[in-house]
Design a protein around this ligand. Structure first.
Ligand code: ASP
Length: 334
């Protein structure tokens, strides 16, 4: 019989109502899991659950929490066939992206899930998300970090939270779902990652100083000059369309040049969820390339941030990081 480990980090799925709104409730959730007969039905894997205390609303997730989750998986890696991480939806795509990089040569399924409606409410989507995630975590099909939510299994480093109230809360606009759960769970086998030959290695992350700038019409780039210091290691620039920026007064280029001289890695992503950055297609983007920015191609901002944390934590120099940012490491870019 397959055995999986459920790591409860918090999130709506296990929250109950308090005077100040919904908040994580470890006691309640343990009892709810105990009373759910379907979790011990034939066909379900055996499971253990561990709480990562204090349970968090995922808006409070930090790099140190990603390290704790990764550490728990590494310590229990040989004892279980797969892992389910219960997590709030708000930053689930960031955690899924980070774990995709941190768990090198992953040979088992790691499935993040949660719910939009707490398990304590009658219409909760948590039950179905949890049960199907457990079945997927026990399957031999998969050896990567994914999110299962609202009937879809999507690659963790391609995911973004798309809806704050819909039950299909996550999308991966540049990649088909890896599986869909209808009457049965149908995997898109051609798209799954191959089992690695090496042994899983856990790479913890350091709290690297990185930033994100989202451009908008009328943006006064001078305001950002102060953050472009030598201590800023990486910056994701969320541009228009295929990588275009308002370049008329040259203010951004001046800032980017400063970053380049400081050795910061500047990654260009798009504000469009679907499609790719192609630096140099328009005059408005070729200048970015000329001053040393690299293309995030069709990576999500979530994945670009996680990848910067990961590559700097590996101790690589910025020259190597620039090369690797444009290369596919975990299926995060096409
Ligand atoms: N604020 C909650 C969280 O991210 C939302 C959720 O779980 O859906 O923890």
């Amino acid at each position: 019989m397959k055995k999986i480990l459920i790591i409860n980090t918090g999130g709506t799925i296990g929250m109950t109502k308090t005077d100040r709104g919904y908040a994580p409730d470890a006691e309640y959730f343990r009892r709810a899991m105990y009373h759910m007969d379907s979790l011990r039905a034939p066909g379900m894997p055996a499971w253990d659950m561990t709480d990562m205390l204090p349970l968090l609303d995922s808006s409070n997730m930090a790099v140190s929490d990603w390290n704790s989750i990764g550490q728990l998986i590494a310590e229990n890696y040989d004892a279980y066939d797969g892992f389910v991480i219960l997590h709030g939806t708000d930053t689930m795509a960031y955690t899924a992206s980070a774990l995709s990089f941190m768990l090198e040569d992953l040979g088992k399924p790691v499935i993040l899930t949660g719910s939009q409606i707490p398990l304590c409410e009658v219409r909760s989507d948590g039950r179905e998300n949890l049960i199907t995630s457990m079945l997927i975590a026990a399957s031999e099909e998969l050896c990567e970090v994914c999110i299962f939510f609202g009937g879809k299994l999507i690659r963790g480093c391609r995911a973004m939270k798309y809806s704050s109230d819909g039950l299909t809360a996550f999308v991966s606009p540049n990649l088909q779902p890896l599986a869909e759960a209808g009457i049965s769970i149908v995997f898109n086998r051609a798209m799954l990652r191959k089992r690695p030959e090496g042994k899983m290695h856990f790479q913890p992350l350091d709290r690297i100083p990185i930033g994100v700038i989202k451009v908008f019409p009328g943006i006064q780039f001078q305001l950002f000059e102060a953050i472009m210091t030598e201590s800023l290691k990486g910056i994701v620039i969320e541009t228009f369309g295929a990588g275009n920026i308002p370049a008329t007064d040259g203010a951004l280029l001046h800032i980017i040049e400063k970053g380049y001289k400081n050795g910061s890695v500047m990654v260009v992503c798009s504000q469009c969820p679907q499609g790719t950055v192609l630096l140099g297609t328009y005059e408005a983007s070729s200048a970015l390339k000329a001053v040393g920015a690299v293309s995030g191609k069709d990576m999500t901002t979530e994945a670009a941030i996680a990848k910067l944390y990961y590559l700097f934590s590996k101790g690589y120099d910025s020259k190597k990081i620039k090369v690797l940012m444009e290369q596919d490491l975990r299926g995060e870019l096409s």
